[in-house]
Design a protein. Structure first.
Length: 258
């Protein structure tokens, strides 16, 4: 059975290599041994920087998944500075993040680029964590429509290649990233329920999940309840104890499901 919740943590470029390894050791001892993870109720995914992928995979137990924060459009070739999906799978990655707002705003990635990266992940047996979200705050119903259309565009290259598989859709409104608190609960719920409806109707995306990111932290999963299927954490998970509290919430929600 697929997990009820996916809890992802992107370390972005905050930590040194040594601190990344120390953080992962602590996470493996605490969150990796958490009953939500050990039971399969929650799938824990850690996304370190590229140089840390190999040692992190060796440090973390089998119950914690490892993913990359990006991948190349192409699988191999003369692409200086890029890392392809085949190599990521070879070193033990199970996930690859695509389309984060920072990649769009800082690097200039377009829907076409993100869609091709999503296809590259599926093509290589990686579960894409595809980030979607509106640039400016709008009415929840308008945001839901905008983000639903964005996801449809991003899936187009995979459909053109005849690819299918599981995806994790991370709803991250750009205006909430780096803010002091997350987007309002009713706003998140409206958008995530629309995305979940879209995924349920798509036979090519079995066992897919919708999670929320954008200044997400402890307490939010409980507030959202069944509106989401997990969280995508950033700086609020730098303290492994905060990550453990989120897993506590996931376990409690799982135990109270009808």
């Amino acid at each position: 059975m697929p997990p009820d919740f996916v809890i992802g943590v992107s370390l972005k470029m905050y930590f040194s290599h040594a601190r990344t390894l120390a953080w992962c050791r602590e996470v493996d001892e605490t969150a990796g041994a958490h009953p939500a993870v050990r039971s399969g109720a929650a799938e824990l995914v850690v996304l370190p920087t590229f140089p840390a992928l190999v040692p992190v995979r060796a440090l973390l137990g089998d119950s914690v998944r490892v993913g990359a924060q990006d991948l190349a459009v192409a699988d191999r070739g003369a692409f200086t500075g890029e890392v392809g999906g085949p190599e990521l799978a070879e070193v033990g990655c199970a996930f690859a993040e695509v389309g984060h707002a920072e990649r769009r705003n800082v690097v200039g990635e377009t829907d076409e680029t993100v869609g091709r990266k999503l296809a590259a992940a599926l093509r290589n047996g990686l579960t894409p964590i595809v980030c979607v979200g509106e640039a400016v705050r709008t009415d929840p119903s308008d945001a839901a429509r905008t983000v639903s259309e964005e996801l449809r565009r991003l899936l187009a290259p995979a459909r053109a290649e005849g690819l299918s598989g599981r995806v994790v859709v991370a709803y991250e409104p750009h205006w909430a990233i780096g803010a002091s608190e997350s987007a309002p609960v009713d706003h998140i719920a409206a958008v995530c329920r629309r995305l979940r409806s879209d995924l349920r109707a798509d036979a090519d995306l079995p066992d897919s999940r919708v999670i929320y990111g954008g200044s997400a932290g402890p307490g939010l999963l409980t507030e959202l309840g069944d509106a989401v299927q997990g969280l995508f954490l950033g700086r609020f998970a730098h303290d492994p104890r905060a990550l453990t509290r989120v897993l506590d919430e996931a376990l409690a929600l799982t135990e109270t499901k009808p």
